[in-house]
Design a protein around this ligand. Structure first.
Ligand code: HEM
Length: 160
């Protein structure tokens, strides 16, 4: 019913929708949620609000990460473009895959194993410091994601 070409274009659409939900959410957490929470003086309220909102976003991020990964690898399979991983001019593909791998490890391995508990403990010791560290980490992840998006858009349309 559907040709491989249909599936390829469907994957492309799905890939971008997943990236919008995922990196858009990371941008919201980095640029709006954490700065707003930093202004909160009541530690308990701050933690409850952060846990509630970040908890909801974690589900969205997990689904988006899986969707972006499956659609991305399907596109590589369709294009038979695995050799791009050995070419420096496709640095944006390396960066996209790196961003995906970092988020996957954080969301599916580090967070359930120790990251969540470690953040709660450090916030109980020094809440401002914990939020500052969290903010720096999010700024870093958002920056490399934006560079990957810009590189992928320019690279896949032949500009680079
Ligand atoms: C396993 C991880 C990923 C793989 C294998 C992958 C693979 C791909 C492939 C094969 C393309 C099409 C390239 C072409 O047409 O020449 C693409 C496009 C794109 N990807 Fe990824 N990707 C991954 C993760 C990501 C991530 C994490 C982001 C965002 C941070 C992202 C953003 C984009 C964007 C913006 C495009 C350009 C679409 C367009 O202009 O039509 N990808 N990806």
């Amino acid at each position: 019913m559907f040709s491989d070409l249909d599936l390829y274009f469907f994957s492309r659409v799905l890939h971008i929708i997943a990236v919008v939900f995922w990196i858009g959410g990371v941008a919201f957490v980095t640029c709006v949620l954490i700065p707003a929470l930093k202004d909160f003086s009541h530690t308990q309220d701050k933690m409850v609000l952060f846990e509630t909102l970040e908890g909801k976003f974690a589900k969205q991020a997990k689904i988006s990460t899986i969707t972006a990964g499956v659609s991305g690898f399907y596109m590589l399979y369709f294009l038979q473009a695995w050799s791009r991983y050995s070419m420096i001019e496709y640095w944006w593909l390396h960066l996209m895959t790196l961003v995906w791998a970092v988020f996957s490890v954080v969301l599916f391995v580090f967070e359930p194993l120790f990251l969540h508990r470690w953040f709660l403990q450090s916030a109980q010791r020094d809440c401002d410091k914990a939020f500052k560290r969290l903010h720096i980490m999010h700024i870093f992840l958002l920056t490399i994601s934006i560079i990957a998006i810009a590189g992928a858009l320019l690279g896949s349309h032949g500009y680079l």
